[in-house]
Design a protein. Structure first.
Length: 421
């Protein structure tokens, strides 16, 4: 049974993330941490039923789970990747298009968090505002969690007497190690992008799923305490002032998320399980994928500043694209996979799109992102691409572009260069 109060929590989380990337909520990115706790809770419940109480062979069960997770995540990413490569073909300068093609490949392989840790390194770098797929680092971490996490269940199942207790001990131990890594590492990129320092967030939800067995009508916490925690987590994401360190704030959000996940008896009501917000939460994955794509291209092609009209149009565009992919891809996926004919067709289309998009992105990357002549940078698409030669020119010509955050200034730069010659 789908719990609406969890979908409403997802709705608040995705709204915070969208506002953060739009520049309106400095700590809205903490919505991702709320997502991770809920994800850990739901996946642990699912795997407990599939693995601990199942007699299916481990290998079959493992690959069945992995395929189901990939098919849950990859279709929307492929559509977004096609849109990005299409828009980038006409709008982006060579180096940016090359970087985009690299991100598309990494996203398709669920490794954009690794790419980001190696390249940009700093999630808060302003250059990320112009990267349409920079946010898919989250999908990479989630998929890597899906790869590792089921193995823990199979290891626990070796204990024939009490596999659930063994599983709880394994997850708890790894959670403590992960928390130590999170606070112990001095590398910001490793702390933010890699699973070892993020595992404790998933594990927090997982531990709840394994230990919290409420009886009907039983309340885990007093109602007033739950609502105070609810308000506090929203304040932590919305308030732009730093009264505690960002790292400590993240851990507090995780702790509050655990309390809220355990409060279904209080929160499954008409307000905190509101139907409209629940629908937004149900479509949160599609919203997550599309919002940064549209934001990045808006900033790249038009301006970094938003008017009320432009921002309203942006929200409408996100709503439309998210509704389309949620209804006709996310929802339909479950239907297609239940019928043999539809399942085979779905597999075929997904595989074809994956290899076509990844292959095209690889081709663009090999060409250095050069798909047309760029006279301002003395680049011709028919010439052999010399990255070092044009990157120096590119950095000089686009430094002003980066500062102004609008590609429209490129014409001004080109005019200035012509007058100086």
């Amino acid at each position: 049974m789908r719990l609406k109060y969890l979908d409403v929590l997802k709705a608040f989380a995705i709204i915070a993330v969208v506002l953060y990337h739009s520049g309106f909520m400095s700590y809205g990115y903490l919505g991702v941490d709320l997502f991770l706790v809920i994800n850990g809770y739901l996946i642990t419940k699912s795997l407990s039923k599939r693995v601990l109480t199942s007699n299916i062979k481990a290998i079959s069960e493992y690959w069945g789970f992995e395929i189901s997770r990939v098919l849950r995540l990859i279709p929307v990413l492929l559509v977004a990747g096609i849109v990005c490569m299409s828009l980038g073909f006409w709008a982006m300068l060579p180096d940016d298009y090359e970087n985009l093609s690299e991100s598309v490949i990494a996203t398709n392989l669920f490794g954009n968090n690794i790419l980001s840790a190696i390249t940009t390194k700093n999630y808060w770098d302003v250059v990320n505002e112009y990267k349409p797929l920079m946010h898919t680092w989250y999908v990479g971490v989630v998929m890597q969690f899906y790869i590792v996490y089921p193995i823990l269940f199979f290891l626990a199942k070796l204990d024939k007497k009490n596999p659930q207790r063994t599983l709880l001990e394994i997850i708890s131990t790894l959670a403590v190690i992960s928390l130590l890594i999170y606070f112990g590492t001095t590398d910001v990129a490793h702390r933010f992008y890699y699973l070892p320092s993020r595992f404790f967030e998933f594990a927090a939800g997982g531990i709840v799923a394994l230990t919290w067995k409420p009886k009907e009508g039983e309340h885990s916490f007093h109602n007033w305490f739950v609502y105070v925690c609810y308000a506090l987590i929203l304040v932590l994401m919305a308030l732009n002032k730093e009264f505690i360190s960002a790292n400590l704030k993240l851990v507090v959000v995780v702790a509050l998320s655990v309390i809220l996940v355990m409060s279904s008896s209080t929160l499954e009501n008409k307000v905190t399980a509101n139907g409209v917000l629940a629908k937004i939460g149900a479509a949160s994955y599609s919203i997550f994928v599309w919002h940064q794509v549209l934001l990045a291209f808006y900033r790249y092609m038009i301006s970094s500043r938003f008017t009320i009209v432009n921002y309203s149009l942006f929200l409408i565009a996100v709503a439309i694209l998210s509704w389309l992919t949620y209804q006709f891809i996310e929802q339909k996926t479950n239907v297609w996979l239940k019928e043999k004919r539809s399942k085979a067709f779905f597999y075929t289309i997904t595989i074809i799109l994956f290899f076509a998009l990844t292959g095209f992105a690889g081709y663009i990357y090999k060409k250095g992102g050069v798909v047309r002549d760029v006279p301002e940078l003395y680049i011709s698409k028919n010439e052999h691409v010399n990255h070092k030669a044009y990157n120096d020119r590119y950095i000089n010509w686009t430094s002003h572009l980066r500062q102004t955050r609008s590609i429209g200034w490129l014409l001004e730069i080109a005019l200035e260069g012509t007058l100086l010659m």
